[in-house]
Structure formats: structure tokens, C-alpha cells
Design a protein around this ligand. Structure first.
Ligand code: RM4
Length: 254
């Protein structure tokens, strides 16, 4: 069963990790895909090639999501190529772990600008196009378990993920009248580039695994199904929702 047959899906931060998995997952479900990325040209090319091998069309558009113009250009390029935007998956994010008391201002500012401002601009640009098209759409933001709980070295990061979660709640209200659904996924600890160094600490990795009832940390591919579901008409009456994808970590107190 292909849940996104004939849809055009846009994914930010999709050269690696959750974004890449979501982009390829959408293609597996019949979508043509536009990916945004910032640095990794080869990885972005690898992602679009993987999508083309699935028989779908794919483009990669380079841009820094913290620049509001990037969102406008990304949507415009997708419309130029595919004629429409059906789904926006706002995924791009960073998590430069750092202690609270001596964190450099530029680390705080960059994290806020990429994770929250970037999501805001991308969601807004996609919604503007969807409203213009007049046939609704679906927006899925990648928030985090960190929207709900904290991290000692993530004081600059967790507020952005809480903000993304809240953004989906408010845009669900603002855009419902246009038939545009807005939802978030809340990944737990997923093995990606943004936490590769942090999880090199064997003690920390063992602690995070022990906190996870399913007994393992997540892989980016674990997010593809939930994201495709929320993007698809299978979730036709789901908006303003938040879906934990965390192996049970959040509920595991004892
Ligand atoms: C998530 C969660 C994970 C961490 C990543 C970077 O929100 O905090 O534990 O590895 O962020």
C-alpha cells in the first residue's frame, strides 16, 4: 500500500539522519521529493539517487533554514519542478551539546535560529503555497522527546523542540480552515550525526539504552513510518497532535 502516491513531499535537513529516512520513506510510498540540506553535497546526492532508484523524482536544494529566504526559495523550486507542494516535513535541526553557565552566545543563537526560526519559516512558506493551491496539505515537524523533558547540556536545545511542538499546535488551529493538517513527531534518542559524539561516551549510551523499554536506541528509519502516516490521508482527522517515537523512553520512570 502506497500512502503518498502522486504527492510532492518536501523535507528539510534531509542529507542524513531522520530527514534522509523520511525522504526515502516518502518515496517508497509513491511521493516525488524535494530535499533541503546545508553542507553535505555528496550525502544529499546519495539521498536523491536513492529516491530515483525507487522510480520517483527527486531534487536537492541547498540552503540555510535559519535564513527566511531559504524557505521561500525551497518551496519555489519544488513548485517549479513538481507543480505543487502537498507535504512539508520540517526536520532540520542541530544540538551542539554545551553546559548552561558558560555557553557561548553564538551557540545559543544558532540553535534557536536553525531549530525554531528555521521550522517557522519553512512551515509558513509551505502553508502559503498550500493555501494558494487550495487543496489542503499536511505539515509534519520533527520536534523531540526533549519538548517534554530536559537535558543538562541541552538548555539551548530543548526550548526549541518545545517551541516546534507548540508551533504545530498553533498552526493546526490557524490552518485547519484551509484543510492543512499540522502535527509533530517526538523522537527519542535516535542514532544520528547530531548525537554521534555525545553517544561515544559508553556510560551515557548504556544509560540511554537502559531507559528504553524496547531495549535499543532508535534508528532514523524508525521515524519514516510515523512521519509517512501523519503526512498521509491515513491521518485525515489528525491535526495538532504529537506522536512520541521513543521506544517507550518518556514513560519509563521505574
Ligand atoms: C533528542 C534527545 C536525545 C539526543 C538528541 C540530540 O532530543 O535529547 O537524547 O541524543 O536530542
Amino acid at each position: 500500500m502506497k500512502l503518498l502516491e502522486g504527492k510532492t513531499v518536501l523535507v528539510t535537513g534531509a542529507s542524513t539522519g531522520i530527514g534522509r529516512a523520511a525522504a526515502i520513506g516518502a518515496a517508497r510510498h509513491g511521493a516525488d521529493v524535494a530535499i533541503n540540506y546545508l553542507h553535505a553535497d555528496d550525502a544529499a546526492h546519495s539521498c536523491t539517487e536513492a529516491i530515483k532508484e525507487l522510480g520517483r523524482t527527486a531534487i536537492a536544494v541547498k540552503g540555510d533554514v535559519s535564513d527566511p529566504q531559504t524557505a521561500q526559495e525551497f518551496v519555489a523550486k519544488a513548485v517549479e519542478t513538481f507543480g505543487k507542494v502537498d507535504v512539508m516535513i520540517s526536520n532540520a535541526g542541530i544540538c551542539p551539546f554545551h553546559a548552561f553557565l558558560d555557553i557561548p552566545l553564538e551557540v545559543v543563537e544558532q540553535t534557536f535560529q536553525v531549530n525554531l526560526h528555521g521550522a517557522y519559516f519553512m512551515v509558513q512558506a509551505a502553508a502559503q503555497q498550500m493555501v494558494k493551491q487550495g487543496h489542503g496539505g499536511s505539515i509534519v515537524a520533527v520536534s523531540s522527546i526533549s519538548a517534554l523533558v530536559g537535558g543538562e547540556y541541552q538548555t539551548h536545545y530543548t526550548p526549541t523542540k518545545a517551541g516546534v511542538h507548540s508551533l504545530m499546535q498553533s498552526t493546526a488551529i490557524a490552518l485547519g480552515k484551509f484543510g492543512i493538517r499540522c502535527n509533530s513527531v517526538l523522537p527519542g534518542t535516535i542514532l544520528t550525526e547530531i548525537n554521534k559524539d555525545d553517544l561515544k561516551d559508553a556510560e551515557k549510551r548504556e544509560y540511554m539504552e537502559a531507559r528504553t523499554p524496547l531495549g535499543r536506541l532508535g534508528q532514523p528509519e524508525d521515524l519514516a513510518g510515523p512521519i509517512v502516516f501523519l503526512a498521509s490521508d491515513m491521518a485525515a482527522y489528525v491535526t495538532g497532535a504529537a506522536l512520541l517515537v521513543d521506544g517507550g523512553m518518556y514513560v519509563n520512570l521505574q
